[in-house]
Design a protein around this ligand. Structure first.
Ligand code: HMH
Length: 221
């Protein structure tokens, strides 16, 4: 587990794209305490829709792990992820009421719909477990890294946004992302070259979709 894995190499190779997703102006504005609250509320409503759409995607990853993985602990880590989504959905409802955001009225914006369709395309049985788990690791890790950045000692995150940042920036979530990274690395190590290339492309696409997702926070609509 200490050896340098394939995704670790990608994080280095694509560090500019990765920073683009994890050090977005929206994240900087939270960290600097200058965030526009209407942007925050827009992100909150859109992310609720996204997390709901992530549940069937993660269920498809669970099914692939059960069928394709040679390590039974993968299923347990993924099941933990599904449990975390369940908690997250309850948290979104609580947080939305705190900010007067009506979740039932949220209209998914284009970037959100595109990201959700992308996840849906990865649910196909043609998509290998290795590719799907890599995508999932990437999306969770972008949130973990972004929000952990807002909790660093020299950050100026407003008190009322700290709970949001802690949701994804806490150490437990960080450990969970490391477990996903180990699963992705192990799976990639055993995969044929064409599957590894596909997973790298999917990793880069996740980073792009994450940037587009953050961009929605300052959308005009
Ligand atoms: C857009 N990416 C987006 N939303 C999330 N909640 C996560 C990743 C992490 O679950």
């Amino acid at each position: 587990t200490n050896k340098i894995g394939i995704v670790d190499k990608w994080l280095k190779k694509h560090s500019v794209a990765y920073s683009g997703a994890t050090r977005h102006p929206f994240i900087h504005s939270i960290r600097h305490g200058t965030v526009d609250l209407s942007s925050f509320k827009r992100w909150l409503g859109q992310d609720y829709v996204f997390v709901r759409a992530s549940v069937p995607f993660l269920a498809s990853v669970l099914l692939k792990a059960w069928k394709e993985s040679d390590d039974s602990s993968d299923v347990e880590v993924i099941l933990g992820g599904l449990a975390a989504f369940n908690d997250e959905l309850a948290w979104f409802k609580k947080e939305a009421s705190k900010w007067d955001v009506s979740l039932s009225d949220v209209v998914p914006l284009d970037a959100n719909l595109r990201y959700c369709s992308f996840l849906e395309s990865l649910m196909s049985s043609d998509i290998e477990y290795t590719v799907a788990i890599t995508a999932f690791w990437a999306s969770e890790t972008v949130y973990q890294d972004s929000f952990a950045h807002c909790l660093e000692d020299n950050s100026n995150t407003p008190e009322e946004l700290r709970e949001t940042c802690e949701r994804w920036g806490n150490d437990g979530f960080g450990q969970y992302c490391l477990s996903l990274r180990e699963i992705a690395n192990r799976s990639l190590e055993k995969a044929p070259a064409d599957v590894v290339s596909k997973a790298e492309v999917v990793f880069l696409r996740v980073l792009e979709y994450e940037v587009e997702f953050w961009n929605m926070s300052h959308a005009e609509t």
